[in-house]
Design a protein around this ligand. Structure first.
Ligand SMILES: C[S@@+](CC[C@H](N)C(=O)[O-])C[C@H]1O[C@@H](n2cnc3c(N)ncnc32)[C@H](O)[C@@H]1O
Length: 277
């Protein structure tokens, strides 16, 4: 979820977002259906998430997940947030991909079409999409069940898009915690990617609509040290970590190199030369 993309992506409704009420959090979410047509699928989703199914949405002012003709959205106070991988299309040309700092940071020697990346903090899958478009096979882990559902929905829609379909065919979502999965990996991935840093790391992020809505779902990642240790335990050739430009090193470990852009920095660690693997 890059900083620059703070717009709620519901195509029709753009009502201003107010700060979510303090009482609204993931525990108080429900699932709504836009019309009767989506009620059955919405009810199944609610059962999967063990939260109430609240019927057909009347005003769009409810706080919860809305299943509609546009897919699955998180909504609160009349604003909508949907994971939308089509918004990434302009960044997926070969020329633009070659300039993406993340793609450059993940560049290890060899044939990329046979390489694997584990995105241990998938979020809305935007960074994973860049890596998959660059040729990597990407396994995405997302532990927040609501974000995982929003991402799964975005991937499903992308699979029907003529340009995105071959890219998302290289992306595999696992709904769950990456830490035990990384520790249990028997075949080392080429790259492990970590982006645990949102939300609330900057004031500007906090005022963004997207982040206000995500505050309903996400808690700041408390497990950075553990994530990093798990990434090392998977024995990748490289670990790439996304940080705020002036942010401290993840888990206090000095990287092998850093690529710094306007809004973010990518720290690369090659464990073989790091002495910590
Ligand atoms: C900053 S977001 C990642 C944004 C992502 N890079 C993108 O392009 O959309 C961090 C995400 O990592 C998830 N996360 C944090 N710790 C995790 C873990 N141990 N396993 C799986 N997901 C995790 C959070 O739920 C959150 O959705």
């Amino acid at each position: 979820m890059p900083e620059s993309k703070q717009k709620a992506s519901h195509p029709e409704r753009t009502a201003p977002v107010h700060q979510p009420e303090s009482s609204a959090n993931a525990a108080s979410l429900s699932v709504f259906a836009q019309t009767e047509q989506y009620a059955e699928a919405a009810e199944a989703l609610a059962a999967r998430l063990s939260i109430p199914f609240a019927g057909v949405a009347a005003q769009g002012t409810e706080v919860g997940l809305l299943l509609s003709e546009d897919g699955l959205s998180l909504c609160a106070n009349g604003a909508f947030l949907r994971a939308d991988l089509t918004a990434m299309l302009p960044r997926l040309t070969q020329r633009n991909l070659a300039a993406e700092l993340l793609v450059r940071a993940a560049k290890v020697k060899g044939d990329r079409s046979t390489m694997t990346v584990v995105d241990a903090t998938a979020g809305f899958g935007e960074d994973s999409l860049l890596l998959a478009a660059a040729g990597f096979h990407v396994k995405l882990f997302e532990c927040n069940p609501y974000i995982a559902e929003l991402l799964a929905d975005a991937l499903k829609r992308a699979a029907e898009h003529p340009v995105l379909s071959p890219v998302v065919a290289r992306m595999e979502l696992v709904k769950g915690d990456s830490i035990p999965a990384l520790r249990a990996m028997t075949v080392p991935p080429d790259v492990v990617y970590l982006d645990p840093m949102f939300p609330g790391r900057t004031k500007s992020a906090l005022v963004g609509k997207k982040f206000q809505l995500l505050h309903l779902l996400e808690a700041p990642c408390p497990n950075e040290e553990e994530l990093f240790a798990a990434a090392l335990a998977a024995h990748p050739r490289r670990i790439v970590i996304k940080r705020p430009v002036k942010g401290a090193y993840l888990a206090g470990r000095k990287p092998s190199f850093s690529l710094t852009g306007k809004a973010v920095r990518y720290d690369g660690i090659d464990p073989a030369s790091f002495g910590g693997a």
